[in-house]
Design a protein around this ligand. Structure first.
Ligand SMILES: [Zn+2]
Length: 526
């Protein structure tokens, strides 16, 4: 096979490697191959005389496609097997991740496509070995994706098989044309890294790779971030390994007008669910979402997301870094900040924590069903003072401790049903009634943190339906939880405040820039 011209090689590589860091990946590939060659020589049986020849052959195997290189490839793989046997446990970490972009032929169930194979340039092959670190003498080898490309060749045919309802790994592999004996061995090879009963999903595609009719490798995307690779070794066994998809953290921004709810408005601007929930949690100290938000109010948000190379969001890794609720024209901006004690919190522009001594609403998504004050009692039939507020919510909805403190009562309490009372600092106490059940492990004297789940909504005691009856006591007096002046939380000072102020300016600038970019993109799309 002839060696393509330099410039063509680079064009070819650009085509197959992601636009990010192609040089790094190339160097890594070359480094890995050279390191592998050296390792094979150092770790293998004494045969110094053959070393140079072997090295050259391996390089040829990596980049060429001659008979000689194929022999060298087989020799290399036998070498792995020998080492594995000596070590007494599986050693070959075979990876085929790069087979996809590098493979010669792709055959889907729908049809065939032909793709070019990738070649490295003369320069890239001729990297001086002196620059490589001295490999350690080890009884086994970690193979990289690139090394597996070397070991399995670079002109494999890919066949994609789609998982159907009722499939087992066996039926899928059989359908893919893998002999039954191999199917069994592949299953055994996979048993420590992949559980088909848990990890196989209907509609998912598995990639099988063949050299002629010989099965060479298998790629399975196990979950969002992990893929599993199996490679056939020349001695009939299989090497297996897992790889993690690279991710990166990005900043995103959105703004909008609230017409029905903040949740809906943010969702309309493509803010991920988890980010919106975080946003609501951040503001839960300052805003009563039932009463304070009006139609036409606005929001701004900037958040950090972790995404895979192909743009999928990694769940659970999002965080709000800046937000601003514009309620009746008044800005309520908050910024995420990690202080000198590594505590992470949200602060207003002047450095005051949004987190107050007590949460205003110790429950998520509940509807205020009865306020504080005189009312006609639905069960007792006469008017009396309602010294708390009621939040209607489905049975089982979690109830949070409104602030840090200690439980002073937990148990049945006549008309209050299942009841918890918490003593906080500065003469504050809160009480929670009608719970269906308590959170396990809590007892009198238990310490609780603000926002910690203490129990679940129910209708125990005198209650017409499931709701949380919530009370706030200040120095023994029952007060209206909705109007009581909340005690301030932490305030940044000194060096922390100085750093915070610098960060605020920076976050504002980043937000404005992201929104501008978005506006440009939107304009271009129209
Ligand atoms: Zn009540």
């Amino acid at each position: 096979m002839q060696h393509p011209h330099h410039t063509d090689q680079h064009a070819g590589l650009q085509k197959y490697f992601p636009t990010k860091l192609p040089k790094f990946r190339l160097r890594y590939a070359v480094f890995s191959l050279l390191a592998l060659s050296i390792l094979l020589i150092l770790v293998g049986e004494p045969r110094e005389d053959a070393a140079a020849q072997e090295d050259a052959a391996l390089q040829q195997a990596a980049f060429g496609d001659s008979k000689r290189s194929r022999m060298a490839t087989d020799r290399a793989a036998q070498e792995f097997s020998a080492i594995e046997t000596a070590a007494g446990h599986p050693a070959s970490k075979s990876l085929t991740g790069l087979l996809k972009p590098l493979s010669g032929l792709v055959e889907t169930e729908e049809g065939d496509e032909i793709a070019e194979a990738v070649r490295l340039s003369e320069e890239e092959r001729a990297l001086p070995k002196a620059e490589l670190p001295t490999p350690l003498k080890k009884p086994y080898l970690h193979l990289t994706e690139e090394e597996i490309v070397t070991a399995t060749g670079d002109s494999l045919r890919e066949k994609r098989v789609t998982v159907a309802s009722g499939d087992t790994l066996g039926t899928i592999l059989n359908r893919g044309g893998i002999p039954s004996g191999d199917v069994h061995n592949i299953s055994v090879a996979l048993q420590n890294v992949y559980d088909p009963r848990r990890d196989l999903r209907v509609g998912q595609q598995l990639s099988l790779y063949f050299d002629g009719d010989d099965f060479k490798a298998l790629d399975i995307q196990k979950n969002l971030l992990t893929s599993v690779h199996v490679a056939a070794l020349p001695d009939g066994r299989f090497g297996v390994t897992e790889t993690e998809t690279p991710t990166q953290t990005i900043l995103a921004a959105a703004r909008g007008t609230i017409n029905s709810s903040l949740y809906k408005a943010a969702l309309d601007e493509d803010v991920p669910d988890s980010v919106i929930l975080e946003l609501i949690r951040v503001y839960s100290w300052a805003v009563d979402f039932q009463r304070d938000i009006r139609e036409g109010d606005g929001f701004e948000i900037m958040y950090r997301l972790t995404v895979t190379e192909d743009g999928r969001t990694v769940p659970g890794a999002a965080e709000v870094v800046y937000a601003n609720l514009q309620l009746r024209g008044r800005d309520m901006a908050v910024y995420r900040f990690k202080d000198s004690e590594d505590d992470i919190g949200y602060y207003e522009e002047d450095g005051r924590s949004v987190r107050k001594a007590l949460m205003r609403t110790p429950i998520d998504g509940a509807r205020l069903s009865s306020g504080f004050g005189m009312r006609h009692h639905p069960i007792l039939g006469y008017s009396r003072m309602h010294r708390g507020v009621d939040f209607a919510a489905p049975t089982g909805t979690p109830i949070y401790a409104a602030g840090d403190g200690r439980i002073t009562y937990i148990g049945r309490n006549s008309g209050y049903g299942n009841y918890i009372r918490i003593r906080h600092h500065s003469g504050l106490e809160t009480a929670y009634a009608h719970m269906s059940r308590f959170k396990g492990g809590l007892k009198n004297g238990s310490r609780v943190r603000q926002g910690e789940v203490i129990g679940y909504v129910g209708a125990t005691g005198q209650a017409t339906g499931p709701h949380l009856h919530y009370e706030v006591h200040v120095n023994g007096q029952q007060v209206n939880p909705q109007t009581v002046k909340m005690q301030e939380g932490k305030k940044l000072a000194g060096k922390d405040l100085e750093i915070f102020r610098g960060m605020v300016a920076q976050l504002r600038a980043q937000y404005v820039s992201l929104i501008d970019q978005k506006a440009v993109r939107t304009a271009a799309a129209h």
